[in-house]
Design a protein around this ligand. Structure first.
Ligand code: ADP
Ligand code: MG
Length: 295
């Protein structure tokens, strides 16, 4: 990406950089602070008289993301990763505990404040097929957060959608196409362009490359790394694969059954994982599902 493009995006976005944003001048305040997060899901009763069963998806999770830093959350399927993502995005309410963005408890925010917070907080989902509305043009899809969260004119939204697409390596001429005209990797670029458009401080990426071919995964991760450097974005990067978070994250938390069992730099975890669960994650190589055997 040329520096012209970056300057262009920066000025375009800063031009409307607005009033509702939280003050982030103090570098002491963590960008994101998650404290003692618990989320239990009630399951339907099996019979009228049986006690309600619960899934304890998160059991007291705490972590911090400092401004400009990135954190990885790694764990196997069902360990509670997406539950964390939903709670951090304020798409779900914790059973107990808190999520603070720049010192402000998301649960305590009113509608207008939450709308402002959402500009700082964007998300990229796992499935680039399901997460992009097939009936909308790319321009509409990418500009959607602006439409929902800011007061911008149609022309301005289109202009910024073009700049955002340029930032992820797509062309302005792609704006009037529809998602089905793109490959999986390109669709994930579109999803990233959408996340970028409000110039967020934090992007929560839940398994952003898991649905992509291995050859394309590296391209998307490299793009995320470039954007991290160019825009100072922080990631909360969620994956079942420690290798995916390795290059983008300063610190990694290993999640097992809703509890963080180990944390450290990716280098340290690769070199000397202490917890048996982390060691098991590291030794898990891609393989086909084991065949079912019947005695
Ligand atoms: P991951 O993203 O690591 O695969 P999730 O956060 O999706 O894990 O899920 C953690 C646990 O919570 C799983 O056991 C899952 O079945 C359960 N769970 C998630 N969402 C719900 C829900 N809405 N209702 C009941 N159980 C849920
Ligand atoms: Mg998940």
């Amino acid at each position: 990406m040329s520096t012209d493009t970056i300057d262009y995006i920066a000025t375009r976005v800063d031009g409307v950089r607005d009033t509702g944003r939280f003050d982030s001048n103090s570098q002491d305040v963590p960008l994101l602070e998650v404290r003692d997060l618990v989320r239990h899901y009630a399951l339907p009763r099996e019979t009228l008289f049986s006690p309600p069963a619960q899934v304890q998806a998160l059991n007291g999770v705490s972590f911090c993301v400092q401004q400009g830093r990135s954190l990885g959350i790694v764990g196997e399927s069902g360990s509670g990763k997406s539950t964390i993502a939903r709670l951090v995005m304020a798409l779900d309410v914790p059973t107990s505990g808190s999520v603070r963005l720049l010192g402000r408890d998301l649960q305590a925010l009113g509608r207008a404040e939450l709308r402002a917070a959402r500009r700082d907080l964007q998300m990229v989902f796992q499935d680039p097929y399901g997460s992009l509305d097939p009936r909308q043009t790319v321009a509409r899809i990418v500009a959607e957060p602006l439409e929902a969260l800011t007061e911008t004119s149609r022309e301005e939204r289109r202009e910024r959608a073009g700049a955002s697409l340029a930032a992820v390596g797509l062309r302005a001429s792609d704006m009037d196409k529809y998602p089905h005209e793109f490959s999986g990797g390109q669709r994930q670029r579109i999803a990233i362009a959408r996340a970028l458009i409000t110039r967020p401080k934090l992007i929560v990426a839940d398994e952003p490359v898991s649905a992509l071919d291995v050859s394309v995964q590296a391209q998307v991760l490299n793009l995320m790394q470039d954007l991290q450097q160019e825009f100072g974005i922080s990631y909360l990067l969620i994956s079942h694969d420690l290798a995916v978070v390795n290059h983008l994250c300063d610190e990694v938390c290993v999640l097992h059954r809703g509890v963080i069992v180990e944390r450290g730099t990716p280098q340290r975890l690769f070199a000397q994982a202490e917890h048996p669960y982390t060691q098991a994650l590291l030794s898990a190589v891609p393989r086909a599902e084991p065949a079912l055997s019947h005695a």
